[in-house]
Design a protein around this ligand. Structure first.
Ligand SMILES: Nc1ncnc2c1ncn2[C@@H]1O[C@H](COP(=O)(O)OP(=O)(O)OP(=O)(O)O)[C@@H](O)[C@H]1O
Ligand SMILES: [Mg+2]
Length: 271
């Protein structure tokens, strides 16, 4: 009964962030406790995460920075249930995802989380519209409902005029907007973005960052974004700096867009 199941989950998604935040109650959407990830074993073991604790409130935009190899992607992948921790806990809403079996985790990921990657990860044979629709097709949602949600997202991401083009016919910024629309389709509780502007020129990067910021400000979406760029991180609400698998600094950014401050902190804590 995939259709029924999906609509129940969708209802849970719709209840999540914005309404509670607009009432001024900041609910915690993500809680990470003592997270450890060790790749390999023995002499060659790599401790990619070494005891990370992180609390994120609904609607917050978090930027994670750190040198190459500091554990940023590992943190994002574990949070997104794409890989399993060695130890520690990850709670998304009230779901402890570290306790979920493989099938339940796959469903949780598809229905409650949105992923945005540096390389867009679109299917080349499908149009923008089809790429966006795909996760709902897998869940057996009705055609009319899929069309309604996809049209709304095409509009939100300013893609209506490009809906019937395949990725090769789209600019990098347009491709990333398709990926963002796809990530939003299930009304996810949490958006996870790994260097979403890493493949884009600086002007296009600016439009993608503005869209992510808008999702947080206007739709109450929670965004966890990994980036190398101080200019990108400076748009977040909270800056988190990782070094050797540990959080070495966490700061609420009171002035939005202060890239110099972010660059300064990065130099101070993670160089
Ligand atoms: N599948 C894996 N097997 C073994 N080691 C891994 C694996 N994935 C990551 N690592 C190691 O874990 C550490 C953290 O990697 P991670 O990809 O999280 O870093 P990162 O901060 O995202 O780096 P970058 O900025 O280069 O993307 C690195 O030392 C990396 O080599
Ligand atoms: Mg990485």
């Amino acid at each position: 009964m995939p259709g029924g199941e999906a609509s129940i989950i969708f209802a849970v998604g719709e209840l999540s962030a914005p309404s509670r935040q607009s009432e001024g109650i900041l609910a915690q959407i993500l809680k990470i406790e003592k997270l450890v990830k060790v790749y390999g074993a023995g002499q060659t073991a790599v401790r990619a995460l070494d005891g990370v604790d992180l609390d994120v409130e609904t609607g917050q935009f978090i930027a994670v920075m750190g040198a190459s190899g500091s554990g940023k992607s590992t943190l994002l992948y574990l949070t997104g249930g794409l890989d399993r921790p060695t130890s520690g806990r990850i709670l998304i809403g009230d779901q402890n995802i570290t306790h979920l079996g493989d099938h339940a985790l796959t469903l949780f990921r598809r229905r409650r989380l949105g992923f945005i990657f540096q390389s867009f990860n679109l299917l080349p044979m499908l149009t923008a519209r089809q790429n966006i629709e795909l996760p709902l097709l897998l869940d057996g949602v009705s055609q009319a409902e899929i069309r309604r949600r996809t049209d709304r997202l095409l509009g939100l991401c300013e893609l209506t005029h490009r809906a019937n083009h395949v990725p090769d016919e789209l600019s990098g910024g347009e491709q990333q907007r398709v990926a963002i629309a796809r990530a939003l389709l299930n009304e996810p509780a949490l958006l996870l973005a790994d260097e979403p502007t890493g493949n884009l020129d600086s002007k296009t990067a600016g439009t993608i960052l503005a869209l992510l910021r808008q999702l947080s400000d206007e739709l109450g979406k929670t965004v966890l974004m990994v980036t190398h760029e101080p200019r990108a991180a400076a748009l977040a609400d909270v800056l988190v700096l990782l070094k050797d698998g540990r959080i070495v600094h966490r700061e609420t950014l009171s002035i939005r867009g202060d890239a110099a401050l972010v660059a300064d902190r990065y130099k101070q804590f993670s160089d």
